[in-house]
Design a protein around this ligand. Sequence first.
Ligand SMILES: Nc1ncnc2c1ncn2[C@@H]1O[C@H](COP(=O)(O)OP(=O)(O)OP(=O)(O)O)[C@@H](O)[C@H]1O
Ligand SMILES: [Mg+2]
Length: 226
Amino acid sequence: MNDVLSLHDLRKTYNAGKPNEVRVLQGVDLTVGAGEIVALVAPSGAGKSTLLHIAGLLDTPDTGTVSIAGTDMTRLSDRKRTGVRRSQVGFIYQFHHLLPEFSALENIVLPQLANGVSEKAAHTRAMALLDRVGIADRAAHRPAALSGGEQQRVAFCRALANEPALLLADEPTGNLDPDTSNRVFETLIGLVRDTGLAAVIATHNLELAARMDRQVRLTAGVLVPL
Ligand SMILES: Nc1ncnc2c1ncn2[C@@H]1O[C@H](COP(=O)(O)OP(=O)(O)OP(=O)(O)O)[C@@H](O)[C@H]1O
Ligand SMILES: [Mg+2]
């Protein structure tokens, strides 16, 4: 019962029954334990974002179950699910989705306030995280005044702000040049290793995937070992 994330027979079809029907997930099974980093590899359009959004409680499957820390999320009320999402799941989006009108620091403080953390404690943790990823001196900058790599580092800090048990990252370095991508990826792996959380990181970069503990490929709607 040490699985942090357990997905069972997930199925998802967009536009079911219509001519433009897309069967994206056709029976996905996956378990990830604490301290384990799994690479999710698949070409564009295969369903990586769909799968991560469902695992991260941002979307619901047609059928199948998502369990986080042993609790079946499909049986919870919306309110309870939102609570689990806030406190247990860190999500790094394919495009960073930082709030443009807030500073880097505020982007990391806000999710903590939503989770009931005091302003002082949230601020201290946000600064520590920014320091950990090497951009404490950029704390007051808005996202538009940060480089792509810096924005992604802020997104990592935001995802980890509430000390989640599970981290889901959707091509976290996909929009960066190869050198920056490599460095930013190292930072992310270091952060995950520090905290011992369970992580699923989508990438289409096989070199990055090889640096994770285990690799799975999403193909024809199911996961197979790489
Ligand atoms: N809301 C939606 N309605 C209809 N079809 C969708 C929707 N979202 C995604 N799709 C389709 O589902 C398939 C999987 O999309 P998804 O975004 O999960 O792929 P992906 O592997 O993340 O791709 P990429 O690497 O380009 O980000 C694609 O064919 C896409 O067009
Ligand atoms: Mg995607």
